[in-house]
Design a protein around this ligand. Structure first.
Ligand SMILES: C[S@@+](CC[C@H](N)C(=O)[O-])C[C@H]1O[C@@H](n2cnc3c(N)ncnc32)[C@H](O)[C@@H]1O
Length: 377
């Protein structure tokens, strides 16, 4: 008897190492089966309902995802003419789909061995020669249209995996979601600078990026890695922390340092912010309470970037409950969820992107005077 074809879609999902112990529950939550582990932290899965990769409670655990429309299981190092054959296959299979560009990356981006990084870069270079010239006009991945399809190619010891997806659907501009940012540079004030650089991809993907010159309120700013990154992008920052900022930020243009406990921080009556960043340590339920208290000073349409520390929440259920609790508290204050994601430089924590509704008594039912009335000098 002929075996029935498996109608479930094949997908590549990236599961951060912080959650590898929860793999069985995450797969169950997705309604998916693991075909095999690939690269350092990818799973090749079969899934009956791919919308669960973006909509289910398990989705937040996946850093990046790609439908696998073509794969070539092989050992690239030992395959003669790998680049030429892979580039020709990409052109034959995807040339007609007119992707906005092609981006290639290694399945093991953290590897100190540069072999697959170089192979990916050479593969992109050769494939771009075959695709129409407009595919080459995107020189920086962050120039992509977040909603248009890109051809992503991932290479590693296991071979080649290709798929079409928009950066928004895949959850990041770069293949795998990561752009390697040096964290050990002597100029970096803290690792958190790389974290906010990646976090800012998420408002950019959703077209809600604050303009240069926008005023950020930063809660839990010391020593100032994120502050430095925001200032470098031309933002103004009011940075609140009970610990001082790094001396290198002294007298930085656009910075107002407030050295005190966030609980006692009250902005002057007319002050409004375009965005709030909260990276306070401690229980996320306390941190979100401070954001909620200050959200009355956030302009309509303003965003919040919030590090949701998973203190004492270790199990799949406890993590989901904690995230739901924080998201629900924010929603009750008019801050709607745009993204909950795990970033490359996140540890046992998620990054939330929230947005304040657009009218005085806005779409989230948040009256403008609520919170605002209780905040003042
Ligand atoms: C993870 S660190 C922030 C790192 C920072 N975002 C950076 O880029 O370097 C957390 C900070 O939250 C601050 N913090 C926690 N609770 C606070 C509170 N109630 N008031 C003021 N600062 C607080 C701590 O002092 C600490 O500096």
């Amino acid at each position: 008897m002929k075996a029935e074809a498996d109608s479930r879609a094949l997908w590549l999902v990236r599961l951060p190492q912080a959650f590898t112990g929860l793999e069985a529950e995450i797969l169950h939550g997705l309604g998916a089966e693991c075909v095999r582990k690939t690269g350092r932290d990818y799973l090749l899965i079969r899934i009956a309902d791919p919308s669960r990769i973006r909509d289910s409670a398990a989705a937040k655990f996946l850093r990046w995802n790609l439908p696998v429309h073509h794969m070539w299981p092989c050992r690239p190092r030992e395959t003669e003419g790998f680049i030429e054959k892979a580039a020709q296959a990409a052109w034959r299979k995807f040339g007609g789909a007119r992707p906005q560009t092609l981006l290639a990356g290694p399945l093991d981006p953290g590897s100190p061995n540069r072999y697959f990084k170089t192979l990916a870069s050479n593969l992109r270079g050769r494939a771009l020669q075959l695709f129409p010239p407009e595919c080459s006009s995107i020189r920086d991945a962050e120039q992509q249209d977040a909603g248009r399809e890109t051809l992503f190619l991932l290479v590693g010891e296991e071979g080649l995996f290709c798929g079409l997806g928009s950066p928004l659907e895949c959850n990041g501009y770069h293949p795998g979601g990561t752009r390697h940012i040096r964290q050990t540079s002597p100029a970096a004030i803290s690792r958190a600078g790389a974290k906010i650089a990646e976090a800012l991809h998420h408002p950019a993907l959703r077209d809600v990026m604050p303009e240069a010159g926008a005023h950020w309120l930063e809660l839990g700013a010391s020593p100032g890695g994120m502050t430095a990154e925001l200032l470098a992008r031309g933002y103004r920052v009011t940075a609140v922390d009970r610990a001082p900022l790094d001396k290198r930020l002294a007298r930085a243009d656009g910075l107002q340092e407030v050295c005190r406990d966030v609980a006692t921080f009250m902005p002057d009556a007319p002050t409004r912010y375009d965005a709030i960043l909260c990276d306070m340590n401690g229980d996320a339920r306390n941190s979100i309470a401070h954001v909620v208290r200050l959200a009355g000073r956030l302009n309509a349409g303003g965003i919040v970037i919030f590090t949701l520390k998973l203190t004492d929440a270790e199990t799949y259920q406890a993590i989901n409950d904690r995230v739901d609790e924080v998201v629900n508290r924010a929603a009750a204050a008019g801050l709607g969820q745009l993204a909950v994601t795990h970033l490359t430089y996140n540890r046992h924590e998620f990054t939330l992107v929230l947005k304040r509704g657009t009218s005085p008594c806005d779409d989230f039912g948040f009256p403008d005077h609520a919170g605002g009335g209780s905040i003042g000098p």
